[in-house]
Design a protein around this ligand. Sequence first.
Ligand code: NAD
Ligand code: DAU
Length: 353
Amino acid sequence: MKRILITGGAGFIGSHVIRTFINRHADYEIYNLDKLTYAGNLENLRDIENNPNYFFIKGDIADDKFINQLFADYKFDGVVHLAAETHVDRSILSPMDFVKTNLLGTFVLINAFKNCWKDNFDGKLFYHVSTDEVYGSLSMHDKKFVETTAYDPRSPYSAAKAGSDHLVRSYFYTFKVPVIVSNCSNNYGPNQFPEKLIPLIINNIRNNKSLPIYGKGENVRDWLYVGDHADAIETIFHNGTAGQTYNIGGDNEMRNIDIVTLICDLVDQKLNREIGTARKLITYVKDRPGHDLRYAIDFSKLKNALGWTPKTNFKDGISQTIDWYLNNEVWMNNVISGDYQKYYELQYSNQNY
Ligand code: NAD
Ligand code: DAU
C-alpha cells in the first residue's frame, strides 16, 4: 500500500486528479491536503469521500511546522502538488497570497519531503503541477511553447508559479530529490470556480447578466478538458522520468470571443430559445493589466515519450460542461454565495490536522 499526498484536492483540477487516482489504484491510500480557501470545495468529491482509501486533511501547505509533522507522521511515498492560488485577476489585486501559497508553500512541501526521506528516495516522487503561463506571452505567429522555452512570466500568479517550478527543479539537482514538473494549458470542465472564463460565462447567461470580454476578445488560449489533464498527470506520475518537465495541452487554440459566442449559441440551443439571445449580453470591458496575448503548447515530448494525447474533443467537452453547470444549479449557487464553506468550517474546525 502506497501513501500518496495530493495537495489542493478540493479544487477544480485536484478533485478530478483524486478521482482518477482512487479509481485506478486500489493499492494506494490517497490523502487530500487542502486549506479549503474560497476555491476549495469538498462537494467536488462527494462521490468518493466514503472510499476506504481516501482521507481528507485540512491544512495550509505554507505552515512549516504543520507540514513537517504531517510528513513525519505519514511518510508519504509520493506527492502530487496542485494546491495554489490560481486566478490571475486576484493575483493583480492581492499578490501576497500568491507568493505565500505558490512560492513559500511549494518550498515548505518539497523541503519537508526531502527531510522525510533524507538520502533514500527509492520509489519516491514529488510531482509539481504547473502552468503554461510561466513561459509568458506569444504573438500570433510565434511557435508553440516547448519544455525548453525560456521562462518569462508576466503576472504575479505566473511569476510565483515560475519561482515554484525553479525551486522544485533545484531540489533535483542539489539534493537528488526525484521530481517531475508538468506545465499545462487552460482547463475547462465540471467543478471549476465561476470566476474563470467558461463557468463565469455559462453562469452569467443563466442569470441574464452581462458577459465581460477583456479588451477585444482576441486573446488566444489552448483549452484542455480537465479529465484529460487528470489522465496526463496520472500517466506522468507513473511513467515519467524524474528530473524531467512535460508540457500538457489540448491542441485547441481559440480566441476568447469565439469561445464566448460558441457558449452563447449552445446555451440558447439547450434552453430551446432563439439563437442570438445570449450573444446580446456580450460586453467589452477594460483589459486585464499585462494580459498575455496567446498561449499555445507543444506537448509532443509527452506524446512521444509516454503515448499521451487528449481524448475529449472540444465540441463534446464544452457541450458536456455546459450541461453539467446547467444541471448543477445548487453547486453553482452555493459556490457563488460562499454557503458551502460554512458547512466545512464546522465540520473541520476541531481536526488535529
Ligand atoms: P483551484 O483554484 O480550483 O484550486 C486550488 C485548491 O488549492 C483549492 O482547493 C484551495 O483550497 C487549495 N489551496 C489554496 N491555497 C492553499 C494552501 N495554502 N494550502 C492548502 N491548500 C490550498 O485551482 P485549479 O484550477 O484546480 O489548479 C490546480 C493547480 O493546477 C494549480 O497549481 C494551478 O497552477 C495548476 N494549473 C491550473 C490550470 C487551470 O486551467 N485551472 C492550468 C494549468 C495548471
Ligand atoms: O493557462 C493556464 C492558466 O489558465 C492557469 O494556470 C490559471 O490558473 C487559470 O486561471 C487560467 O488562466 P487564464 O487567465 O488564462 O484564465 P481565465 O479563465 O481567467 O481567462 C481566460 C481568458 O479569458 C483570458 O484571456 C482572460 C479572458 N477573460 C477572463 C475573464 C474571467 C475575459 O475576457 N473575461 C473574464 O471575465
